[in-house]
Write a protein that binds this ligand. Structure first.
Ligand SMILES: O=c1nc2n(C[C@H](O)[C@H](O)[C@H](O)CO)c3cc(O)ccc3cc-2c(=O)[nH]1
Length: 317
C-alpha cells in the first residue's frame, strides 16, 4: 500500500510514528511543511522537517515534542554572552549540528529535498520525507503590535515569542504562490492509494502545504482521510485555535472538516468528545483520538487507513 501524509510538526510526527507501526509494510511518503522554516545565526532551521525526522528516527525530546533528547544549550548561551539573539528560540547544541550540515549543503548548491534525504540517511525514519517545496516559503503573521503598530512578523516569532497572544490579523505563506512542489511530491501523491491528513495544524501546517500550486489539485483527486486536530472544541496541543480565528474558522472538528471541504477530503475522524458531527459530502467516524501512547496512536492511524480503504472501495477513486 502506498500512503502519502502531509505533516506539520509535533502532532504530525507522533501520528506518523503510529502510522508506521499500524502499516509496517506500507510505502509511506511524508510531505513536510516548510513554512515554519527560519534563518537564525546564518543557519537554515526547518522545525517541522526536523521534528518528523527526529521523532521517527528516535532522537526527539519526547516531553517537548521538538528538538533533540539529551540536549544542552552551550552555544546558545555563548551567543547570548556576545549579545547575539534571539534568546526566545531554543536551538540546542546537538540540534545546531543539523542546521550547520543543512546550511552547508544548501550553500554548496544542493536543494532542500536532497539535503533532507541526506539528513535522513543518518536518522532512518522509515518513511520518505520530502519538503513540500525546495523554494523558500515563510509563513508570516500580521499583528497589531501595541508598540510598533500593524506589522508582519515571522511565524516563529508569533508562535514561540508571543505564544500567539497577539491576535493574528492575517496569516500568509509568503512565497507559496511562486513555489513549485519539490521533486517527487506530485509523483508520490499521484501514485498513492490514500492521502492522510494527520492531526496537524489546518492553517499553518497542512494549509501551507496545500498552498503550493499543484499540491491541492493532486491531493483532491485521491481518497483523502483526515484526523481532527480539534478534540472537544479545543486544539489537542499548540495554538491552532488562534490560527483558525485568523481565517474565520470556528475551533471545532466540524468546522475544520468543512474548511477542507468535500472536494478535498473524503473521510474525517473525530473524537467521541465532539458528539455527533455531520459534514456534507464527508464520511465522518467517531473514535478516541488522543495520541496518549504509541498503541493508541497506531489504532488511530489504523482507523484512518480502514476508513480510506472503505471509501476507496466505495467510490472507485
Ligand atoms: O515553543 C518552542 N518551540 C520551539 N520549536 C518548535 C517550533 O517552533 C514549532 O512548534 C513548530 O514550528 C510548529 O510546528 C523548535 C523546533 C525546532 O526544530 C528547533 C528549535 C525550536 C525551538 C522552540 C522553542 O524555543 N520554543
Amino acid at each position: 500500500m502506498r500512503i502519502v501524509a502531509l505533516a506539520g510538526g509535533i502532532g504530525g510526527a507522533r501520528f506518523l510514528r503510529g502510522l508506521r507501526a499500524a502499516a509496517p509494510e506500507a510505502d509511506i511518503t511524508v510531505i513536510g511543511n516548510t513554512g515554519d522554516d527560519i534563518s537564525l545565526f546564518g543557519l537554515r532551521v526547518c522545525p517541522d522537517l526536523d521534528t518528523v525526522m527526529y521523532t521517527l528516527g528516535g532522537g526527539i525530546n519526547e516531553e517537548q515534542g521538538w528538538g533533540r533528547q539529551d540536549e544542552s544549550f552551550t552555544v546558545k548561551q555563548e551567543l547570548l554572552e556576545y549579545g547575539v539573539g534571539p534568546s526566545w528560540f531554543g536551538l540546542g547544541d546537538r540540534d545546531f549540528a543539523t542546521h550547520i550540515v543543512r546550511t552547508q549543503m544548501l550553500a554548496a548548491g544542493y536543494r532542500l529535498s536532497a539535503v533532507t534525504e541526506a539528513l535522513c540517511d543518518r536518522w532512518q525514519p522509515g518513511v520518505r520525507l520530502i519538503p513540500m517545496t525546495d523554494d523558500q516559503v515563510e509563513t508570516h503573521v500580521v499583528v497589531d503590535d501595541p508598540e510598533h503598530g500593524r506589522r508582519a512578523i515571522h511565524f516563529q516569532e508569533w508562535w514561540v515569542r508571543l505564544r500567539a497572544a497577539l491576535p493574528a490579523v492575517s496569516i500568509a505563506p509568503v512565497g507559496a504562490d511562486e513555489a513549485k512542489p519539490a521533486p517527487g511530491v506530485l509523483k508520490a501523491v499521484e501514485a498513492a492509494d490514500v492521502v492522510l491528513f494527520p492531526p496537524s495544524n489546518p492553517v499553518v501546517s497542512i494549509g501551507t502545504i496545500l498552498a503550493v500550486p499543484g499540491i491541492r489539485d493532486a491531493v483532491a483527486k485521491k481518497t483523502v482521510v483526515g484526523v481532527s486536530p480539534i478534540i472537544g472544541g479545543a486544539p489537542v496541543r499548540g495554538m491552532a485555535d488562534a490560527c483558525l480565528a485568523a481565517i474565520g474558522v470556528e475551533t471545532s472538528a466540524r468546522a475544520v472538516a468543512e474548511h477542507y471541504g468535500p472536494d478535498l477530503i473524503d473521510g474525517w475522524l473525530v473524537d467521541e468528545a465532539d458528539g455527533d458531527v455531520a459534514v456534507e459530502g464527508v464520511e465522518v467516524r467517531s473514535r478516541p483520538l488522543l495520541m496518549s501512547d504509541p498503541e493508541a496512536t497506531a489504532a488511530i492511524a489504523r482507523a484512518a487507513l480502514d476508513l480510506a480503504e472503505e471509501l476507496a472501495g466505495g467510490t472507485g477513486r
